[in-house]
Design a protein around this ligand. Structure first.
Ligand SMILES: Nc1ncnc2c1ncn2[C@@H]1O[C@H](COP(=O)(O)OP(=O)(O)OP(=O)(O)O)[C@@H](O)[C@H]1O
Ligand SMILES: [Mg+2]
Length: 596
């Protein structure tokens, strides 16, 4: 019997729509792109309930004629390309003629538009795939699209939408990116009665960054620029010795389109390798210009990725732009020597408040002879520890139970030394253990913090003079949503006017400056996490930020303390971020290798 049949039109249309429109931010993105393609100099976005109930995008762009307005909802109808050859040279943000058709298929939509010709504009009302009405309207030149009840006819999708605040958070992030890419246009984002973003048109990227992120960030940025053949990079990036504790402020645009790309991230990482302190990430706003035919934007349903004809050239140009900027010689310390004290986030290494609670971290472990750990058996490790000398010599403790079982209770492995300031080498009867000091400490702290959190027993340190920080629009949204949770985690803060927030109390496991940085990191983290896992992820971040770093010399006592604590945990296999903690070299393997 035959089993295959062609799906009914309305089903296949909904499937296609679902690929383009995943959640409210997809609608906002498509509509804003249309406004920018139409040459708008002002784009206003209004939302109700994080976009689930209403998304309205209004622009002062070219508008549409009555005929175009009728046609624009047809799948594959576009004014932006005409032939296959055009696909090779896409200069607009849209090109598929799919967005409005997709949005209309899964919502109740009203389009108002006027192109300035004739007497009156046009109103088109649609519901799902049904045309409800076409009427006249007196309307200024431009277009306004109202999308109500997104996914009203796709309940499965509607069910998976997140809270209004979470949806608003990602929308604020997207609008921030769009606003960065087009400083010459005004962007307004309004949620209910609240204005989340309002940035009037400005002349430069620097001014736009100032509008969105505040002065503190602008002051940490240098201009970067480089040209390599047809490839051009310009923008702003962290001054040497600046940067931040997370990657949340890295915006890269290719021919005006925001993209996420591994080549570009790698170039940025490499460029900053020697000029930021360890563990710090660059902030960057990079605009890459390429000949249209050298970049393929038609590779991702939501157009979030691009493919480069020659990614090496792009890599090189980014690298050069940053390196030359950095080589001009300024560092954040030279440029802003006085404000150093007040700036957030220099003090990653300066941990531990004055009145520390016992047993929280390594800082409270016995520490009489400071950091004089000797490298462990340097001559021997060269061969013995070389990975690849025999793949099965290295068995990972990825299975928690086997890890716990391999160390008899009460018989802690003995610390032999530290290797490369990164790994603790310990021995037990069963063989050698190589322990990642950062991951291990993170794991230990995570368990402790979970317990403290359960008991709501954070040792708190209050700030007589609150530490002020400027938040980006999406961080502000996330802060408002998570202020209560942050307070439970020991961070008490209050929103100030504008984009500022004042940190008044923090858990006494961080130093003052680190506390502010961790606080900002948590706000960022909370914005991206599902409600159910948010608390644990935030605790994991707190553990990560207060754990010893790779590269930090440790005394024998600290190592002993850490190993003992580690082996108290019954499920020690992975750090809270899922990375392995311990590698074991079995005694039997050693004996066999040495023909004992
Ligand atoms: N805000 C607007 N102002 C003027 N014209 C618009 C606007 N929005 C849409 N249009 C017109 O409607 C057409 C269809 O829009 P739609 O977003 O569906 O497709 P597209 O932008 O061409 O391609 P893509 O599917 O990649 O977005 C556009 O090509 C454009 O001509
Ligand atoms: Mg479009």
């Amino acid at each position: 019997m035959n089993k295959i049949h062609v799906l009914p039109e309305d089903v296949s249309r909904k499937i296609a729509a679902g690929e383009v429109i995943e959640r409210p931010v997809s609608v906002v993105k498509e509509l804003v792109e249309n406004s920018l393609d139409a040459g708008a100099s002002a784009v206003r976005i209004e939302l109700a309930e994080g976009g689930r109930r209403l998304i309205k995008v209004a622009d002062d762009g070219s508008g549409m004629s009555r005929e175009d307005a009728a046609l624009c909802f047809r799948r594959h109808s576009t004014s932006k390309i005409a032939s296959e050859a055009d696909l090779e040279r896409i200069s607009t943000l849209g090109f598929r003629g799919e967005a409005l058709a997709s949005i209309a298929a899964v919502s109740r939509l009203t389009l108002r538009t006027f192109d300035g010709t004739g007497e009156r504009g046009t109103v088109i009302e649609r519901e799902g795939d049904r045309l409800v009405a076409v009427t006249d309207i007196a309307f200024p030149r431009g277009t306004a699209v109202e999308v109500r009840d997104l996914f009203f006819n796709l309940p499965a999708r509607r069910k998976f939408l997140r809270s209004a605040q979470s949806e608003l958070n990602v929308i604020a992030k997207y609008v921030t990116q769009a606003a960065l890419a087009s400083p010459g246009a005004r962007f307004t984002l309004v949620h209910g009665a609240r204005q989340v973003i309002d940035c009037p048109a400005v002349g430069t990227l620097r001014e736009r960054v100032f509008q969105l992120f505040g002065k503190a960030l602008v002051d940490r940025l240098m201009d970067v620029a480089a040209v390599d053949g047809g490839s051009r990079v310009e923008g702003l990036a962290s001054l040497p010795l600046a940067g931040r504790g997370d990657r949340s402020v890295q915006h890269v645009f290719v021919n005006g389109r925001p993209v996420k790309d591994r080549v570009l991230s790698a170039a940025l990482n490499q460029a900053y390798a020697g000029i930021l302190e360890k563990g710090r990430q660059p902030e960057a706003f990079l605009f890459i210009g390429l000949p249209l035919e050298d970049v393929d934007v038609n590779v991702h349903p939501a157009k979030a990725e691009v493919r480069f004809k020659d990614s090496q050239v792009v890599f090189r140009t980014v690298l050069r732009a940053v390196s030359e900027g950095a080589a001009r010689g300024h560092t954040i310390k030279e440029v802003y020597p006085v404000s150093e004290e007040g700036r957030s986030g220099r003090g990653v290494s300066e941990r531990g408040g004055p009145a520390g609670a016992p047993g929280l971290g390594l800082d409270r472990a016995p520490d009489r002879e400071a950091g004089r750990a000797s490298p462990w058996a340097p001559a021997d490790t060269g061969t013995a520890a070389a990975p690849g000398a025999g793949g099965d010599m290295y068995r990972r403790y990825v299975s928690p139970s086997s890890a716990a079982a391999s160390v008899p209770a009460g018989e802690d492995p003995v610390v032999l030394g530290q290797y490369e300031n990164m790994y603790i080498v310990a021995g037990s009867e069963e063989g050698l253990l190589v322990i990642d000091q950062h991951n291990a400490h993170e794991r230990v702290l995570f368990e402790k913090y979970k317990e403290i959190d359960r008991q709501q027993a954070w040792p708190r340190q209050s700030l007589l003079i609150p530490a002020l920080a400027e938040l980006s629009p999406s961080q502000r949204v996330s802060f408002e949503e998570n202020a209560a949770l942050l307070e439970e985690l020991g961070f008490r803060a209050e929103a100030m006017g504008g984009r500022s927030v004042a940190l008044k109390e923090y858990p006494d496991i961080f130093g003052r400056e680190a506390a502010l940085e961790v606080f900002l990191g948590l706000i960022e983290e909370a914005g991206g996490a599902e409600a159910g896992e948010r608390r644990d992820r935030m605790l994991a971040t707190m553990a990560c930020k207060s754990a010893v770093k790779a590269g930090q010399p440790l005394t024998r006592e600290k190592m002993g303390y850490l190993v003992a604590e580690l082996f108290k945990i019954s499920r020690l296999g992975l750090c809270p971020h899922g990375r392995p903690v311990v590698v074991r070299i079995d005694r039997a393997q050693i004996d066999k290798g040495l023909k004992r």
